[in-house]
Design a protein around this ligand. Structure first.
Ligand SMILES: [Zn+2]
Length: 464
């Protein structure tokens, strides 16, 4: 058997894709999109020949674009086999890929305008909504904790990864010529003890482990402490009749934030105020969360089933239409608006920022990472003025960063996860992390467990 890394290796965090090849089968674990620099985006063009064109099946760890975003390329090149995933992952993948196709079309149109001016041929989007439709009939439900046969000699057992709704780590059992090997793919591992999502389930035995290392070099600030600080910042703004603007990622953080607000209203540490979910994608993602409520942790299931969750969130209003979004601008506070994009790179949050950054009673609450050079980062760094759509906007609003809301395990949780399987002495390969993060984690794994983890390169093939 051999496994080839078609992404999330060589210090890369995006583009997860692992090809398992035996004498009898080719199975792909994840099929993620490369995101970021131009160089990476070139990797997204799949080769038209080779083993990726002869797959028996595909298995997904979770729905995020860096794990699913190249799936439509497979169908585009004629793949018609099964795609196994948990039911929540299937629903979220469909939502994420539709959004990705829409963004790619917009991007292609924008590029076409500049390229036509330069006399160059237009760039085609990687895929369109039609290719996403072709994927839909290929999905097959994969239950947690039940071995699912996915190809001759290969079965997969999914367990909770605690990262996003439906996320799984995969235990892949491969039988070839009477020899049986267990390969574990961590997928993205979530933090332990976070409300709403269940904790990751560790493994006890593996021959080989492919493990993510995104935060291998550090721990996150405590969710409890940073949630209390964020709550106090929100309370101050609400008491002054101000407006809280929250740039959000539609899936995961929006739902967790709403859940934390419900808890604060229930315990009366905050008095309820109007909250607007001003993002069609976040609204749809929240419906998918409700549909799969059996995946919540016990406390959240209790809150949901007793009706306490909807009672405490009765001041939340969904704003699917652009008109709803514009209407919020004229409303008086106190109120909170959750709108995308999470890094203030576009989307409905932009017009809220244009209208209300000049107002000193506004609070911009950041709940996710703001990349260097983004408008979000400038606001966090205390800029007096930012340029939005080419026009200067004075910043008199306050900002606060709620830093404990990560969907990824920090170093301590990663070590606990690998610590559980370490006594079975697996070969360990660190992926899905930059080299500094991988190197730090590798050092700690050697020191604590006496195991030498490897750091594979892009397109490296590992014989097992
Ligand atoms: Zn992820």
């Amino acid at each position: 058997m051999k496994i080839t890394l078609h992404g999330a290796s060589g210090g890369e965090v995006t583009g997860s894709a692992y090809l398992i090849q035996t004498d009898q089968a080719n199975v792909l674990i994840d099929c993620g999109l490369f995101q970021g620099a131009n160089k990476l985006e070139n990797y997204n063009r799949l080769p038209r020949r080779g083993p990726l064109q002869q797959l028996d099946s595909v298995v997904l760890t979770h729905a995020h674009l860096d794990h699913t975003g190249r799936l439509p390329l497979l169908t585009r090149f004629g793949y018609a086999g099964p795609i196994y995933a948990t039911p929540a992952t299937i629903d979220l993948t469909d939502l994420i890929l539709r959004d990705s196709a829409r963004l790619q079309l917009e991007d292609a149109k924008r590029q076409a305008r500049t390229r036509t001016g330069q006399g160059k041929p237009p760039v085609e989007p990687l895929y369109t909504a039609r290719h996403i439709e072709q994927l839909r009939p290929l999905f097959r439900n994969m239950k947690y904790n039940h071995p699912t046969p996915v190809a001759t000699g290969i079965s997969v057992r999914a367990v909770e990864a605690g990262h996003v709704l439906g996320s799984a780590s995969l235990e892949v059992t491969v039988e070839e010529k009477g020899v049986r090997k267990v390969i574990v793919f961590s997928g993205d591992i979530g933090p332990s003890g976070v409300p709403l999502h269940a904790d990751p389930t560790p493994f006890k035995h593996a021959d080989v482990v492919f493990m993510e290392s995104t935060y291998g070099d550090r721990d996150h600030p405590s969710l409890n402490e940073t949630a209390i600080e964020a709550r106090e910042a929100v309370r101050e703004t609400v008491e002054q009749g101000g407006r809280v603007l929250v740039p959000v990622f539609a899936i995961g953080r929006t739902q967790l934030l709403l859940y934390l607000l419900a808890g604060a209203f229930k315990r009366k540490t905050l008095t309820p105020f109007p909250i607007f979910v001003d993002s069609p994608m976040a609204i749809e993602a929240t419906q998918i969360y409700r549909k799969h409520k059996e995946l919540f942790d016990d406390e959240a299931v209790g809150m949901f089933e007793s009706g306490e969750l909807s009672r405490n969130l009765r001041t939340v209003k969904a704003c699917p239409k652009p008109g709803d979004s514009r209407a919020i601008a004229a409303m008086k506070g106190p109120l909170m608006v959750l709108a995308g994009a999470g890094m203030c790179t576009g989307g409905r949050i932009m017009h809220h920022l244009i209208n209300h950054l000049p107002d000193p009673t506004t609070l911009v609450l950041m709940v996710g990472y703001q990349s260097r050079g983004s408008i979000g980062r400038a606001i966090v760094d205390g800029a007096r003025s930012v340029r939005i759509f080419g026009k200067p906007v004075p910043v008199r609003a306050k900002s606060h960063t709620f830093s404990g809301l990560s969907g990824h395990a920090g170093q301590k949780d990663l070590l606990a996860w690998i610590g559980s399987v370490a006594p079975s002495k697996p070969r360990i390969f660190l992926t899905h992390g930059e080299d500094m993060q991988r190197t730090t984690l590798r050092g700690l794994i050697l020191k604590r467990f006496g195991l030498t983890a490897q750091m594979p390169e892009h397109l490296e093939t590992i014989e097992i």
